[in-house]
Design a protein around this ligand. Structure first.
Ligand SMILES: Cc1cc2nc3c(=O)[nH]c(=O)nc-3n(C[C@H](O)[C@H](O)[C@H](O)COP(=O)(O)OP(=O)(O)OC[C@H]3O[C@@H](n4cnc5c(N)ncnc54)[C@H](O)[C@@H]3O)c2cc1C
Length: 473
């Protein structure tokens, strides 16, 4: 039996996703000795191995290999080129290998040590690390501990996931074939993104959700736009329905759903594959948090204060483990901030204004309030819009589906919300984000020269449209 390593460090980090990586690197940059523990053989967490990077790589591969961006010039009836799973996987493998190399290089460059194994507390300062067989390989004593163990797909009771026909979002990446047809249960971000990718690929896709439209947290006008674009791609959305049974029957997936209007009537759907995307849950099993004196919130997350500090003052937690907003982008910053707080380095609070990107086809991004939120709060607001067909860049690139929507205070003109659907939305949203961070007013966009032709010019067109709606000043 190999000797058990006894390790004493300043900072131990559990989990190598975006939260753990940035926490470890920040702590190392502050001159601390840092040890990171990761359960999987590959570093990078869900973000790199089963979530953000694979899904976005798949999206780009589908857009390129199906000539999706060309289609608007040739009409809806232009046939979708057949794309093999090998072609998709070839590209995916290259991106993942390159990104993994970047993660390793960054950790190495900053002197972060890492260890493969499952970490669990034995007391508030000590973690035991076991290997795949459950054998103890190391014991780590750390002054400060940062937990970043992320999340995994929720598996509702009553559904048997077989990894081939009935799958979650992690398993979907490994089915080794392009499904001939797909049912997606759950029209949240992950379900909607994958549904749109496969619809773009020409796969018949049906999305089922108990709510009446997809992505209900969106500004509803943007949501309507999305749904229109998806149904033009042939995607079928069945809202106000609950799944009753999900099962593999022979080689097919069979899903029974109730009828929202008539609960006694059931509809049976069949497809090659069913993706269950009904939320994610924090990954705490194996950590033995009770031995550290920690408890979970009723929803299963680790509670933290605004410094990302848990109820035990030297233990911090970040990323999906602490719940909303559960994004790679925010987890990274939480990790960096947690390390700074743990080490008493100067740190600003977590930003109030940050964007969310949803990589459906078409993509969506927003920051700030929705129109519904402003209405509920009784804010005196106005709206400026620019449609992609009005933006020269959109015409040039065949991106005629999309909209910029700027929400601003009708008296002060301060920008209160930026919502974009359409090509490059997740990039150009940052202009609005910066403007909002500095409390910019609508006239900033009217008086600013943008490169022409660009998508960013949409800000100016939307601002001019908004300006026309307020009394002359
Ligand atoms: C399909 C999909 C698409 C997504 N797309 C986006 C997107 O476009 N943009 C975006 O910002 N976010 C996206 N996300 C969300 C993003 O991936 C997560 O928010 C992010 O990965 C969370 O980072 P994290 O550091 O908290 O944890 P994770 O990335 O989940 O990493 C946690 C790590 O901890 C390890 N671990 C767990 N327990 C232990 C233990 N006891 N001991 C040792 N190691 C342990 C795990 O093996 C894992 O590697 C997506 C997620 C999914 C599933």
């Amino acid at each position: 039996m190999a000797a058990i390593r006894e390790i004493k460090v300043d900072v131990a980090v559990v989990g190598s996703g975006p939260g753990g990586q940035k926490a470890a690197i920040q702590a190392a940059k502050l001159g601390q000795q840092v040890f990171l523990v990761e359960r999987e053989l590959e570093l990078g967490g869900a973000s790199l191995n089963s979530g953000t990077i694979p899904s976005k790589s798949l999206r780009e591969a589908i857009l390129d290999l199906t000539d999706f961006r060309e289609r608007s010039f040739y009409g809806k009836d232009h046939p979708v080129p057949a794309v093999s799973i090998d072609a998709l996987n070839h590209r995916l493998a290259q991106v993942l290998a390159a990104e993994r190399a970047v993660v390793m290089r960054q950790l190495r460059k900053n002197g972060v040590h890492w260890l493969h194994g499952v970490a669990s507390f034995t007391d508030p300062h000590t973690l035991e690390v076991t290997d795949g067989e459950g054998q103890l390989v190391a014991r780590i004593w750390a002054k400060q501990i940062i937990l970043a163990t992320g999340s995994r797909p929720r598996h509702p009771a009553g559904i048997t996931f077989d990894g081939q026909v009935v799958v979650d979002s992690t398993q979907l990446l490994r089915i080794g074939r392009v499904p001939r047809s797909l049912i997606v249960i759950g029209a949240g971000v992950i379900g909607s993104e994958y549904a749109s990718f496969f619809a773009a690929l020409g796969v018949p896709v049906t999305v089922v959700d108990q709510r009446d439209h997809m992505l209900p947290h969106l500004d509803s006008e943007v949501g309507t736009h999305l749904q229109g674009a998806l149904s033009q791609m042939g995607l079928r959305f069945i809202g106000n329905r609950r799944w009753l049974t999900v099962a593999r029957v022979g080689d097919m997936a069979r899903v029974e759903v109730d009828d929202g209007a008539n609960p006694d009537t059931h509809e049976t759907l069949e497809a090659d594959v069913v993706l269950c995307a009904v939320g994610r849950e924090a990954q705490v099993d194996g950590l033995a948090i009770e031995r550290a004196g920690l408890e979970l919130t009723p929803r299963g997350y680790i509670p933290v204060n605004e410094l990302f500090q848990t109820a035990v003052s030297h233990i911090f937690a970040v990323g999906d483990l602490i719940g909303h907003p559960t994004l790679a982008s925010t987890s990274m910053e939480q990790g960096r901030l947690a390390a700074r707080h743990a080490l008493h380095a100067l740190a600003r609070p977590f930003p109030e204004v940050y964007p969310q990107g949803i990589y459906t086809i078409p993509e969506i991004s927003f920051c700030g309030a929705t129109e519904e939120e402003l209405r509920d709060r009784g804010v005196h607001y106005e709206v400026g819009r620019a449609y992609y067909y009005e933006i020269a860049r959109g015409q040039i690139e065949g991106a005629d589906v999309g909209m910029f929507k700027l929400l601003f205070h009708a008296e002060t003109l301060e920008i209160l919300g930026v919502h974009i659907i359409g090509r490059a939305a997740t990039e150009v949203v940052h202009i609005g984000q910066v403007a909002m961070t500095f409390h910019a007013r609508l006239d900033f966009f009217v008086e600013t020269i943008f490169n022409y032709p660009t998508y960013a010019e949409g800000y100016r067109i939307a601002a001019l449209n908004g300006f026309n709606k307020i009394p002359a000043r």
